[in-house]
Design a protein around this ligand. Structure first.
Ligand SMILES: NC(=O)c1ccc[n+]([C@@H]2O[C@H](COP(=O)([O-])OP(=O)(O)OC[C@H]3O[C@@H](n4cnc5c(N)ncnc54)[C@H](OP(=O)(O)O)[C@@H]3O)[C@@H](O)[C@H]2O)c1
Length: 364
C-alpha cells in the first residue's frame, strides 16, 4: 500500500466504499468461553475498551461464534458504552443454527434473513455495517446471494456486504452479477492470510485489487503459532494456548498448521524479530498489514497484554531487508499456470519490452 499506516487511527476506505475502517480489526471469535479457548465477558469488555481507546473502530464477529455469545457481548458493550454509532460492526451468516434443519444454515435467502434477524437481536442494533457470507456453501446460486444482500442494503438492514472463504471465481462472478443488475457490490474479502498461509496470493489478492474489494486477513498469527510463544515437539506445539486444542482435533483445517515448513517460518520470524528488537507477533502482524490489497487485518487476543503487543505492530513498518527475508521464506509454491507469469515467460510475451500498465502485483 502506498499510504503510511502508523497508528490504529489511520483509517482507510474499505474496498470501493465510503466506509472508514481502522487498519486492524478486533476479531471476537475468542469472546466467550464456550469453545474452551476464549475469554470471559470482563476480558472481552477490556479488550473492546482498549481497542476503541487506541483508535480502532472495526469489530468482526459471526452468528456462530461461541454459540452467539460473541455477538451478545458486543451488543451489551455497545449499549453500555453508547458506542453503536462509532463502531463498524461486521457479522456473518452461513453456519447452521439448528442441526437437522437444512435451511438453518447455508447461503440461501431464507437462512440469510433468519440469521440476520437473530444477529441484530444479539447485537442490540437495527443494522450491521458489514454483512459477511461466512463461507461458500457450494450450492446456493450466486444470483440469489447477490440479490438477497443487495435487497438488505436497500432495506437499510446492512450497510455493505462482503465474502469470506470463497473461491476467487465466485467473488468475480458476484461482482459481475452485481454490476449487471445494478446491485451494490461486495466491498471486502475475508480470508486466511499469514506468513504460513499465503495461498490467496495466487488468485484472491489480484482479484481483490482488480475488483475493488478490501482484503481483511483472518488468523494473521496462525492461531498463535506466529506469536513465538510455542516450542516444538516433533511438528507439534508445546505451550499454553489455543494450539493445544487445535492439534488434538482431526480437522485438517486446524492440523495443517503443524508442519516442518511452518516451523522453519517460525524460526525465521523469531530470528528477524530478535534482530529488530521487536516481538514475533508484532513482526508477523506488521508483515500482513502492509501486504498488497490488505485494508484491515483481523487480529485475535484472549488477554489484554496480547492486544497491547499486537497493537504495536503498527508503530513502525518493517525495514525492507527484513520484509524481503520474510517474503522469501513462505513464498507459495509456483505451479501452473502461474509459472507462465514469471519473467522467463514474460519475455516471450512482451518481446523484451517494458509495459508500464502491468499491475503491481504481477510477479517479476
Ligand atoms: N472468516 C473466517 O472463516 C474466520 C476464521 C477464523 C477467524 N476469523 C476472524 O479472525 C479473527 C482472528 O482470528 P484468530 O483469533 O485465529 O487470529 P490469530 O491472530 O491468528 O490468533 C489469535 C490467538 O493467538 C494468541 N495470541 C494473539 N496475540 C498473541 C500475543 N501477542 N502473544 C501470544 N499469543 C497471542 C491468542 O490465543 P491464545 O491465548 O489461546 O494462545 C489469540 O486468541 C477471529 O476472531 C475472527 O473474527 C474468521
Amino acid at each position: 500500500m502506498s499510504q503510511v499506516i502508523d497508528s490504529l487511527a489511520t483509517y482507510s476506505l474499505l474496498g470501493r466504499s465510503g466506509l472508514r475502517v481502522s487498519p486492524l480489526c478486533l476479531g471476537t471469535m475468542t469472546f466467550g468461553t464456550e469453545w474452551g479457548w476464549g475469554a470471559p465477558k470482563e476480558t472481552a469488555f477490556a479488550l473492546l475498551d482498549r481497542f476503541f481507546e487506541a483508535g480502532g473502530n472495526f469489530v468482526d464477529t459471526a452468528d456462530g461464534y461461541t454459540g452467539g455469545t460473541s455477538e451478545s457481548f458486543i451488543g451489551e458493550w455497545m449499549a453500555e458504552r453508547k458506542a453503536r454509532d462509532r463502531a463498524v460492526v461486521a457479522t456473518k451468516f452461513t453456519f447452521a443454527a439448528a442441526p437437522g434443519d437444512p435451511n438453518s444454515g447455508g447461503n440461501g435467502r431464507k437462512n440469510v434473513h433468519r440469521a440476520l434477524e437473530s444477529s441484530l437481536r444479539r447485537l442490540r442494533t437495527d443494522y450491521v455495517d458489514l454483512y459477511w457470507l461466512h463461507a461458500w456453501d457450494g450450492v446456493t446460486p450466486v444470483e440469489e446471494v447477490v440479490s438477497t444482500l443487495g435487497d438488505l442494503v436497500r432495506a437499510g438492514k446492512i450497510r455493505h456486504w462482503g465474502l469470506s472463504d470463497v473461491p476467487a471465481w465466485y467473488f468475480a462472478r458476484a461482482q459481475s452479477l452485481a454490476d449487471m443488475r445494478g446491485v451494490d457490490r461486495a466491498v471486502a474479502l475475508q480470508l486466511e492470510y499469514s506468513l504460513v498461509e499465503r495461498n490467496i496470493e495466487r488468485e484472491h489478492v489480484p482479484a481483490a485489487l482488480e475488483l475493488g474489494a478490501g482484503l481483511c486477513p483472518w488468523s494473521p498469527l496462525a492461531s498463535g503459532l506466529l506469536s513465538g510463544k510455542y516450542t516444538r515437539e516433533g511438528v507439534k506445539a508445546k505451550g499454553d494456548g489455543r494450539l493445544q486444542a487445535l492439534q488434538a482435533s482431526a480437522n485438517p483445517a486446524f492440523t495443517k498448521l503443524f508442519t516442518e515448513r511452518n516451523w522453519a517460518i517460525v524460526d525465521k520470524l523469531v530470528d528477524v524479530a530478535k534482530r529488530l528488537d521487536r516481538r514475533p507477533a508484532e513482526v508477523a502482524l506488521a508483515w500482513v498489514a502492509r501486504r498488497p490489497g490488505v485494508t484491515s487485518t483481523i487480529l485475535g487476543a484472549t488477554k489484554l497484554p496480547q492486544l497491547e503487543e499486537n497493537l504495536r505492530a503498527l508503530e513502525a513498518p518493517l525495514p525492507a531487508d527484513a520484509a524481503a527475508e520474510l517474503d522469501a521464506v513462505g513464498q507459495p509454491e509456483l505451479v501452473h499456470p502461474y509459472l507462465f507469469f514469471q519473467p522467463a515467460m514474460r519475455g516471450m510475451i512482451t518481446g523484451g519490452t517494458k509495459v508500464l500498465a502491468e499491475p503491481a502485483w504481477f510477479r517479476g
